[in-house]
Design a protein around this ligand. Sequence first.
Ligand SMILES: [Zn+2]
Length: 335
Amino acid sequence: MYLCAQIELAMDIKDSDTVIAAATQTPAGRFAPSPTGRMHLGNVFTALLSWLSVRKAGGRWILRIEDLDPQRSREEYARQIEDDLLWLGLEWDEGGLDDRGDAAPYRQSLRGEIYETYLRRLEATGYTYPCVCTRADIMATQAPHQSDGRVIYGGRCRPAKLPCVSPAENLTVRHAVRLYVPEDEICFSDRVYGQQRVSLAAECGDFVLRRADGAWAYQLAVVVDDALMGVTEVVRGNDLLLSAAQQIYLYRLLGLQPPSYAHLPLLCNQAGQRLSKRDSSLSMDRLREAYSPERLVGYLAWLAGLLPEPHACRPEDLIEAFDWNYIKPQSVITV
Ligand SMILES: [Zn+2]
């Protein structure tokens, strides 16, 4: 894991040794669902592979509740997620609603002060700047459209040179805090998709760390949480492959060791649509009515390429033979 071109940083970070470099720690993986509805088959696929990978490595599995969106997150959904994981046989060692573990709290909604501390550290690098653009400004001045509909910030509030000198707290206007990204490419090796090269400036643009309404951006929260929780391996859907480059950049600015990444093919229905919480047919309440946990686990293991045919099994039966080489780097798997 490295940056292709070394970025010179005006870093003023002295106490990042409070976080032990991930490489020297015992393996730890995490499942980090948003409690915004019942889990579907795709969420369970991610949970199973993350659990197997970390169990094979003899590490800890952490359950983190990503409830940053207060409008859509509900504790009742988090309880259902926990119940579904236990039904499947996917027990966690740390985290969850009862906050078991040294890195508590494990709910993002309770970690605002921690994010604030790390935002200050990033501001001290001189790479952040206040952005006063409204959504309409951003749409009107965005960089050329991306095929997948991503909006790339056009740089309206970007300072002409580094370090950015206007600290955000001196600005009385409501503003987001945005991070300056360099022209350099970020390179990393994904355990499923292999070597990746991402030009942050061209493919992501300067991104937000804290929104104007005070909400924390996913990229900041996830990096801080993974670092403080000692996560050494991240397993998640391939829709977050580009995010890995943004997150590696944040790790670099904070002087922290990034985890390894394994992105997974997305599960799609027969119509080619990605499964979502809106599809009720493959949500856990329906699946639990129709199948035993062993059949569901066996089916998912077969989809992943871990079994030659779908036969009923428990998660622990799959640990010994688990190997990332079985997961093919296809973009989707049809269920
Ligand atoms: Zn702006």
